[in-house]
Design a protein around this ligand. Sequence first.
Ligand SMILES: Nc1ncnc2c1ncn2[C@@H]1O[C@H](COP(=O)(O)OP(=O)(O)OP(=O)(O)O)[C@@H](O)[C@H]1O
Ligand SMILES: [Mg+2]
Ligand SMILES: [Zn+2]
Length: 333
Amino acid sequence: MPRDRAIMAEAQRQFQTAKERRRDELERRTAEVYRKAPMVEKIDRELRGTAARIVLAAFADEGSPETALRELERNNLTLQRERAERLVGAGFPYDYLDDGPVCRRCRDTGWLADGRPCGCLMAYYTQEQNRRLSKLLDLGNQSFKTFSLEWFTGEKWAEFGRSPLENMRMIQEICQKYAQSFSRRSGNLLFTGAPGLGKTFLSACIAREVSERGFSVVYDTAGHVFQQFESGKFGRENPFEEDPDREVDRYLNCDLLIMDDVGTEMLTSFVQSAFYRIVNDRLINGRSTVLSTNLPMEEIGRRYGEAVLSRIRGEYQILRFFGEDIRILKRDR
Ligand SMILES: Nc1ncnc2c1ncn2[C@@H]1O[C@H](COP(=O)(O)OP(=O)(O)OP(=O)(O)O)[C@@H](O)[C@H]1O
Ligand SMILES: [Mg+2]
Ligand SMILES: [Zn+2]
C-alpha cells in the first residue's frame, strides 16, 4: 500500500512520543512507590541482583548449574510475591509498575516481522491523515451517518426518469458500498451535477471511511491539484523522476485521490496535459479516483479532450446528481 512519507514520518514521531510518555509515567510511578513503600525498592534491587546471578550460574563450570538455577528461580519467585504484597499493602494496584508492551503484536516497535507497519502505528497514521483531510473537508459532521435524504423530493423528474430521492438513495448506496469495501482496484467514480447537491459531502463520507480503513487518501480541489503540478517538476524536468516529497507524487500514488470541483480551474494546455496524466497514470497503476464536477459529460470531452473523456466513460462509474440546491433549501428553511 503506497503510504505518504510525510504522514508516516509524523505518525512515527507521535508513536515515539507516546512511548516516551509511557516511560516517563512509569518513572514517576516508580519514584512514588519507592517513596511510600521503600521495601519495594529494596526488593527491586535484590531482583536485579538475582537476575545477574542467574546469568552467571548458567555459565558456571563448577558444581551443578541446574541446582543453582532452580534455587535462584525459587528465590526470585518469593521476592516477586513479596513485592506484589508490599505494593498492594501500600495501596497501589498490583500491576501499577508493570512495563510490559502495550501492543503484543509488535512489542511496541510499531513494525511487524514481515516489514509491514503494525496496526498500532497505523492508528497514528490514520489519525494524522484525518487531521489533514479535515483541513479541507468537514469530516466531523459529514459522514454516512449524518447523510440525510430529507432534502430530496420524491417527485419524478421527467428528464432523468426518476425522482431526486430515488436517485440519491441509489447514489448513497453505491458510495457507501464503495467506501466500505474499498481495496486497490475498487474502480473510480465521477460525480456530476449542479451545485449544492451533496457531491463534496459524499466525498467527505468516502474519504473518512476509506482513511479509517487504513488506506492513503488525498482530497483536494482541481484548482489546487493543477497548481501543485505547475509549481512541481512535472512538465519541466524529467516527469518520470520519482520524489515522494513532491505533492504531485501524492496525487499520483495515493490509494484514493478525491479531486473536487473539476472544471472550475482556469483552462490551459498545461492543465489539460496534467489532467490526462492524472487520469491515465492512476488507471494504469490500478489506483482509485473520485472526481466531482458541475460539467456535463460532453463538456468534459470538449474541455479536456476525447482521450480523457473516453477513459472516464470506460473506467468510471458515472453518478448524476440532480435535485434542488440544498444550500438554498437550507437558507430558506
Ligand atoms: N445529504 C445531505 N444531508 C444533509 N446536508 C447535505 C446533504 N448533502 C449536502 N448537504 C449540505 O448541502 C450543502 C451543499 O452540499 P455540497 O457542498 O456537498 O454540494 P456540492 O454538490 O459539492 O456543490 P458544488 O457543486 O457547488 O461544489 C452543504 O452545506 C452540505 O453540508
Ligand atoms: Mg462541492
Ligand atoms: Zn503494534
